[in-house]
Ligand binder design. Sequence first.
Ligand SMILES: C[S@@+](CC[C@H](N)C(=O)[O-])C[C@H]1O[C@@H](n2cnc3c(N)ncnc32)[C@H](O)[C@@H]1O
Length: 423
Amino acid sequence: MKPGGFQQWLKDTMGLDASTIGPTVVERAVASRMAACECKQLGEYWQTLRASPLEQQELIEAVVVPETWFFRDTQAFSALSGSYGLEWAATHPGERLRLLSLPCSTGEEPYTMAMALYDAGFPLERLSIDAVDISERALAKARRGLYGSNSFRGRELQFRERHFAAVAGGWQLPETVRSRVNFIQGNVLDVAFLPGEAVYDAIFCRNLLIYFDADTQVRTVGILKRLLRPQGLLFVGPAEAGLILSQGFASAQLPMAFAFRPPRADSGGGVSAAMLATTASALAGAAAKAATVKAIAKPRPLARPRPAPAANPAPPAVEGAEALLDAAQRLADNGDFDRAASSCQAYLQAQGPSARALYLLGLIEGAKGRNELAEDYFRKALYLQPQHEETLMHLALLLETRGDAAAGRVLRLRAQRSRRTAG
Ligand SMILES: C[S@@+](CC[C@H](N)C(=O)[O-])C[C@H]1O[C@@H](n2cnc3c(N)ncnc32)[C@H](O)[C@@H]1O
């Protein structure tokens, strides 16, 4: 039995392409499971694995990447709770909004969906969230609803005071939010995975496809299509957007939310260069639309609600240089790319070269459909900070969308390494 046999088994069983996490991770996982099972030879462990579903789950647990946090890529949640959720509530009286978080890992993503909708005034009794993951261990943590500091990243943490209770060992989410989420252990590649069809109004499938090879990605997108209602929304991770477009989905035009509408049943499902270009440039016009839809439903008063963004917000007052970049990020999130770019340029003039400013400029140019400029900025950011993870992932996506899968893969591996070093 060769080590490659275990990689193949993981790929066949759960879709994992070992090259996305580095083959040594699989080797280490196998070595540690061999020690736990007191197997001296690879062949002996192989027999144990094949004979024992419990051991199969253990090996899966040893290779999964459960990395997640609350409000990760936050614009997806703003889009769900703002333009999508409230419009849905207004147009579907008496119905229940059905959401799927796949994979949900330790629960931060589905709980964020519930918190974001609650904060926007969506009636929780009309909300049902299924949250699926292959990892039993991750689900056990999710069900407890008790989180440490690693689950809270970034500077905007007001939601923690609003929703969690500080307890010994971390922050506890109350039953009101936890009860909206139904955790299910499942493997997206199982033939019997979530039987039936088209029951979900929105699916979050973020940061799963990046671990699959091209065939498995396409297969998984087919499963997502089956589960998503024709008018539904699919949210993916920033690095997965190109793939979704290539499968016939269309951008929902929600800035930086990476949200897509499914292909019509009668459409072929292919992608054209024109579709990609239109999608990217259409992002710029979407902020005003999102703000309009926010006005449709009247949220009930809640403790310290987040203010809705104005359709044409004034640049926030800035105190320090970093605040200039925070302002640029906010403007970009609202689709105001020109003023976001000006803030970045002002920062660069005042402070000199900065990986974060160049990365933001790359994002802005990419969202405007100017991919060559975007690439240029991303490369400059990496010159300054070779391990800048977000830049590595976005440049990978850009190169893959252009057809350069090999270069994309190299960058993804660098991003994985950078994440592991940071973690
Ligand atoms: C990086 S986390 C993503 C969590 C969350 N969606 C997010 O973006 O923050 C990846 C998760 O995928 C799960 N996973 C990997 N392969 C899977 C499969 N075949 N079926 C279901 N879940 C899987 C892992 O257990 C892990 O918790």
